[in-house]
Design a protein around this ligand. Structure first.
Ligand SMILES: Cc1cc2nc3c(=O)[nH]c(=O)nc-3n(C[C@H](O)[C@H](O)[C@H](O)COP(=O)(O)O)c2cc1C
Length: 281
């Protein structure tokens, strides 16, 4: 099961952005679990001294939730043309310590709702820029719900088109996670190209001269070809480096994914716009 941590930038009880995340949970594809983070209010103002001494429990809770997730989905309101302070504050905490930040290479998508006409587009832009700086792999897409007070009925997103677009955002995140995992697995398998990954693997016993299965790095030969890697090794590889252009080429071969153009064909509506170009990841 793939896990997406959803973070709303609003503390408001009847927040449209939180409602947008609940709608996302309802339309999530099978095999994708959307977990809505509920600890934003408890996170104290960022304090570098406090961080050095050991982060407060609420921050550890946030960092752990991010670490446990395969990807992040942010829904941000727009306050005075930018990201609400509480959300920026949480991202600042999550970005530290810089060398080991849980944000590093984590795929992230940003959506937003506001009562203004434009659906928090400036806040989304700013948040994407910030997440790029914190090391996230930010998907180049946008879903903007303007005039949210007219779009949500009793806190429920009824607009069918928007629900379709929300699902497409989740599918894009799913796609990004799969590609990163495939590439990380390939890297762990010794920088193997697609040819080697498809080739039937020799039996583990034959490879090891009959002594044991798996090599000294814990990699296991998989009957029928390829190499299985444990989740620990996979995570280490995921955290290690950004994907290069060559990695993405390889990912396309390894993962049977929807073409990027599918999401670019998503229709426009008065209240929402979605566009997705493959991010450079
Ligand atoms: C301090 C503050 C600043 C705001 N600035 C903007 C803004 O720049 N653009 C905008 O479209 N809406 C702005 N709004 C209105 C918000 O879009 C609206 O309150 C929205 O419902 C907040 O999101 P939420 O429903 O998730 O809490 C602002 C609201 C507040 C409280």
């Amino acid at each position: 099961m793939m896990r997406v941590l959803a973070i709303s930038g609003s503390l408001r009880h009847d927040s449209y952005n939180t409602a947008l995340l609940h709608a996302a949970a309802e339309v999530a594809p099978e095999g994708l679990e959307l977990v809505i983070f509920d600890g934003l209010r408890e996170i104290p103002p960022y304090d570098q001294n406090g961080d050095a001494a050991g982060a407060p429990p609420a921050v550890l809770h946030l960092r752990r939730a991010i670490e446990d997730a395969d990807a992040l989905l942010f829904a941000t309101p727009e306050y005075n043309g930018s990201v609400p302070g509480v959300l920026k504050n949480a991202v600042d905490w999550a970005s530290r310590p810089r060398a080991t930040t849980v944000m590093q290479n984590k795929p992230a998508a940003v959506i937003g709702a506001s009562t203004g006409m434009f659906g928090a587009v400036w806040a989304q832009q700013d948040l994407k820029r910030i997440l790029g700086l914190t090391g996230n792999r930010v998907l180049d897409l946008e879903l903007s719900v303007g005039r949210a007070q007219e779009t949500f009925v009793d806190g429920v997103l009824a607009d069918h088109e928007l629900r379709v677009q929300l699902r497409e955002v989740l599918e894009a995140l799913e796609d990004a996670v799969r590609k990163r995992e495939a590439v990380a697995a390939a890297r762990l398998a010794g920088g193997l190209g697609p040819e080697r990954l498809r080739r039937p693997a020799p039996s583990a016993a034959a490879e090891s001269g009959g002594r044991s299965s798996g090599d000294r790095n814990g990699r296991q030969g998989r009957p029928g070809g390829g190499v299985d890697v444990g989740p620990g090794l996979l995570k280490a590889a995921l955290d290690r480096a950004p994907l290069t252009h060559e990695d993405l080429e390889l990912a396309h071969v390894l993962v049977a994914s929807r073409p990027a153009s599918a999401i670019m064909r998503a229709p426009w509506s008065r209240t929402a716009a979605i566009s997705a170009r493959r991010s450079s990841m």
